[in-house]
Ligand binder design. Structure first.
Ligand code: PLP
Length: 344
């Protein structure tokens, strides 16, 4: 993990953008402190609990990169009393609700650069109108434009990830240019996902990046070619509890790994991979998790009852959020334990 944190910081430094890591991957203030010590400028959160926990720990520049939940604006205001909390919006309804709140909320305009999850269509007149509404607001502070190219996860290979990352960058810089021609000041352009950041060639015109998964990586990133198995830092240690001629059961089911189906892992469906042995950086080809129920994980090979296996989850962010604590391991030693701020 330490290597991953340092190499993404070096990558952002080399690309000339600030790194605002998404801490939803780990939800641990201890890891956030390491990211800050390495040079991160601000953090990104997915939940108000993450915002609250990190603000209490002294993080003073936080983007809540989730469309503002209007029923929870009073909580956001409380957090904003101790840290700069930046909200994101993609609708007039949300802008008007934040204005009615009367607080000088910092607000990003969220843009859809091609993922089609949330964000305003950059080609629609609405994008210009909403940017104007934020920039001209008497109470709100317009921070800039933000996007997340989640479709980088559907890219088939490195060339595909690079194409999505370029699209994300180019859509955002073109929109910023249009807004500037309209007379609006666009101080910041925020992009970034782990598959995109590990592939992109340049980020000229962009000011910051928000990758998160790179801290841990996972089986999905291995399948995408964004990392090697040995880069993966979050694993779930499980015990074999039953075994028959052709399969075994471990005590890590959906509530330890999530039901994320990942990326097919070389054409074979997989709900998680196994490392060769607890110390190894190589993944087993002869055995993988093929199905998960709540607490049972089914492996498609017999394993010795009572032995332990180290599982690489398909999605480390979701697996991490299944646990109250993570054990920090160096070599064979557990050196620390960190709380996962998984409340919402
Ligand atoms: C809005 C937003 N920004 C940034 C990220 C970070 O992306 P990744 O985990 O691929 O690095 C995510 C992840 O889902 C996200 O939803």
């Amino acid at each position: 993990m330490g290597r991953n944190l340092a190499s993404m910081q070096a990558r952002c430094d080399g690309l000339g953008v600030a790194l605002r890591p998404h801490v939803k991957t780990h939800k641990c203030v201890e890891i956030g402190r390491m990211q800050r010590d390495l040079g991160a400028r601000g953090i990104t959160v997915a939940t108000l609990e993450e915002a609250r926990a990190f603000a209490e720990d002294g993080f003073d520049d936080i983007t809540w990169a989730f469309p503002a939940i209007l029923s929870r604006v009073p909580e956001a205001r409380e957090i904003a009393a101790r840290a700069t909390l930046r909200l994101i919006v993609d609708s007039r309804v949300a802008i008007e609700a934040l204005e009615r709140d009367g607080f000088p909320h910092h607000v990003w305009l969220e843009v859809d650069c091609g993922d089609h999850r949330s964000g305003v269509d950059p080609g629609a007149p609405e994008a210009i109108a909403l940017a104007h509404a934020l920039a001209d607001s008497r109470s709100l502070v317009f921070d800039g434009i933000l996007t997340h190219a989640g479709h980088s996860y559907a890219a088939p290979d490195h060339a595909g990830r690079l194409a999505v990352a370029r699209q994300e960058r180019d859509v955002m810089t073109a929109l910023a240019d249009r807004l500037r021609r309209e007379g609006l000041a666009v101080d910041a352009i925020s992009v970034g996902s782990t598959p995109g950041m590990t592939a992109v060639d340049h980020l000229d015109g962009v000011t910051e990046a928000r990758p998160g998964n790179y801290a841990y990586f996972d089986a999905t990133q291995v399948a995408l070619g964004a990392c090697a198995p040995g880069d993966c830092a979050l694993t779930v240690l499980a015990s074999v509890v039953s075994s028959s001629r052709d399969h075994a059961v471990v005590d890590a089911g959906a509530l330890a790994l999530s039901k994320d189906v990942g990326r097919g892992n070389g054409g074979r469906p997989s709900m998680g991979r196994l490392f060769e042995d607890p110390g190894s950086a190589a993944l087993r080809e002869d055995a993988r998790l093929i199905s998960l129920s709540q607490e049972h994980g089914v492996v498609d090979a017999p394993l010795a009852v009572g032995s332990r296996v180290r599982i690489l989850p398909n999605h480390s962010c979701l697996a991490n959020a299944c646990f109250d604590h993570v054990h920090a391991v160096r070599g064979e030693d557990v050196v620390d334990g960190w709380r996962v701020r998984r409340e919402r």
